[in-house]
Design a binder for this molecule. Structure first.
Ligand SMILES: [Fe+2]
Length: 190
C-alpha cells in the first residue's frame, strides 16, 4: 500500500531554520497553521520577525509504503518505490506471511561498530560454532543457501533435524530466513 503525507521540515541550511529552532535546538511548531497547497498561513509570535516570509514555507510531501507492519518512508518522492527497488522481495518473503504480521514490541541494542561489519556478521555463518554454540546445535550453517538479488540478499538456514529445541519450524513451513536490504535493513524469521 502506498500513501502520501506531508510533514513540516526544518531546513537547517536555509535562513528560515533560525525561526524554527529554539535555544535548545528543538523545532517550534505549536500553533502554526498550514493552508491550501500546504502553505504556511499563520505562525504565532512571528509577526515582528524581520525577513520572515511565510509564503516561502510549506509542508513537504512524504511517501509512505507499507508491508504488513513495516513502513517505508521517504522525503524524496522521486526515488523508486519499494517494489521497484526490491523487485524480488515480495515473492521471496511471501512464504513468511509478512503482510499478516503485526507489530508486537521494540528493543534497542546500541552497537558501537561500523555498520558494514555488522552486515557481514549478519550474513556469514562461520562464526556461529565459535560464538553461538547453542545456536550451532540448532542450525546447520554449512547448509546455508544464499541468493543475491538486485538490492537484497536472501539467506535460508536449515534447522537440524535432530537436537533442535528452539528453532523448530512448523511442518511444511519455510526455513529460518535472513534478508538483508541494501543498505541497512535486516529482516529475520526463525
Ligand atoms: Fe552472531
Amino acid at each position: 500500500m502506498s500513501s502520501r503525507f506531508h510533514v513540516d521540515v526544518a531546513r537547517a541550511r536555509t535562513p528560515e531554520a533560525s525561526f524554527y529552532t529554539d535555544a535548545d535546538g528543538y523545532a517550534r511548531e505549536v500553533g502554526r497553521v498550514f493552508g491550501k497547497s500546504w502553505q504556511l498561513v499563520r505562525a504565532p509570535e512571528m509577526d515582528d520577525v524581520a525577513d520572515f516570509d511565510p509564503t516561502r514555507i510549506q509542508l513537504e510531501p512524504v511517501r509512505v509504503e507499507s508491508r504488513g507492519p513495516l513502513l517505508f518512508v521517504t522525503l524524496d518522492t522521486h526515488i523508486p518505490s519499494v517494489p521497484e527497488y526490491f523487485p524480488h522481495l515480495a515473492a521471496d518473503c511471501a512464504p513468511y506471511g509478512v503482510e499478516k504480521m503485526r507489530y508486537v514490541t521494540s528493543r534497542t541494542y546500541p552497537v558501537n561498530a561500523n555498520w558494514k561489519v555488522y552486515v557481514d556478521n549478519f550474513l556469514e555463518g562461520y562464526h556461529i560454532p565459535l560464538v553461538h554454540p547453542a545456536l550451532n546445535r540448532e542450525l546447520d550453517y554449512r547448509r546455508d543457501v544464499t541468493t543475491l538479488r538486485e538490492h537484497h540478499v536472501m539467506q535460508f538456514c536449515l534447522i537440524r533435524e535432530h537436537g533442535a529445541e528452539h528453532y523448530r519450524t512448523s511442518p511444511g513451513g519455510p526455513p529460518a530466513g535472513y534478508f538483508w536490504l541494501y543498505p541497512n535493513m535486516m529482516l529475520n524469521h526463525e
